[in-house]
Design a protein around this ligand. Structure first.
Ligand SMILES: N[C@@H](CCC(=O)N[C@@H](CS)C(=O)NCC(=O)O)C(=O)O
Length: 250
């Protein structure tokens, strides 16, 4: 069966999962904890990152934009994720690329900067829907993994401040697009650009409809909680929360 290899709480995985769910594709999810995921992604024919979608013929799509396109090709006319060939499609794909590049990594770095010092909170996030043996291994290797992540993603105070500027610029750009009263990023129709923005912003918004257990805001460090409150009140945050409420369905 078509299998989505994930780190369940990863926001790029949530983007792919949402696209597949929205297109009503049948698949199963195989979740892993960070670090151990590389064994699974390599075995699946991907590289080091999740999501990887393993198709029935054994081939692998190892990048979320490929998975969104694959889902779109299988979606019924009412659930298309992308406009047909033409300038509208190019614009939607450009928005997706912009969010993949300038929103996802910066939301992640800011979030990790605040969460990683709290071992219990980090483990709680990483544990959900993963094999028991990996959860045991994660506990043993946690200090090594945390050090690796901090170095690899340059997670430090200066990085967090720079990342906040980067994702806030994207939030402001989204708000500017919505100024003309359009309900969705591409106009009247919900699609891949909305999914990408909302899923990649979700770790700093905490929508109730995310299909795995996110810790409540009260359980998060105060500085992160304050940022979440501000982003929820931002017009772009409001769009993400609204599309989660109305379109995070199968
Ligand atoms: N280009 C990739 C990026 C996905 C990505 O950054 N995935 C992160 C999780 S949020 C990952 O797998 N990190 C683990 C690693 O690099 O080892 C996509 O859009 O699918």
């Amino acid at each position: 069966m078509t299998t989505l290899v994930t780190i369940p709480f990863s926001h790029y995985c949530e983007k792919a999962r949402w696209a597949l769910d929205y297109a009503r594709v049948d698949y199963r999810e195989e979740g892993h904890v960070p670090g151990f995921h590389r064994i699974a992604t390599r075995r699946a024919g991907g590289r080091n990152t999740v999501p990887v979608l393993v198709l029935d013929d054994g081939s692998a799509l190892d990048d979320s934009p490929l998975i969104v396109r694959w889902a779109d090709e299988r979606a019924g006319a009412e659930r298309k994720l992308l406009p047909p060939e033409g300038p509208g499609r190019d614009e939607a794909l450009a928005l997706e690329r912009r969010f993949d590049r300038d929103l996802g990594p910066h939301v992640r770095r800011f979030g990790y900067f605040h969460v990683l010092p709290d071992r219990a909170l980090t483990l709680r996030l990483m544990d959900a829907s993963t094999p028991r043996a990996e959860r045991v291994g994660l506990r043993a290797l946690f200090p090594v993994l945390r050090r690796f992540m901090r170095r690899h993603m340059r997670i430090d105070e200066a990085g967090a401040v720079a990342s906040r500027d980067r994702y806030r610029a994207v939030f402001d750009e989204v708000a500017a697009r919505l100024k003309d009263g359009r309900p969705y990023l591409m106009g009247d129709r919900f699609g891949a650009a909305d999914i990408t923005f909302a899923a990649l912003a979700a770790p700093l918004l905490g929508p109730a409809e995310v299909p795995f257990p996110l810790p409540p805001v009260e359980a998060l460090p105060a500085a992160l909680g304050r940022e979440i409150d501000e982003l929820r009140a931002h017009p772009a945050g409001a769009l993400a929360l609204r599309v989660y409420r109305t379109h995070r369905t199968r």
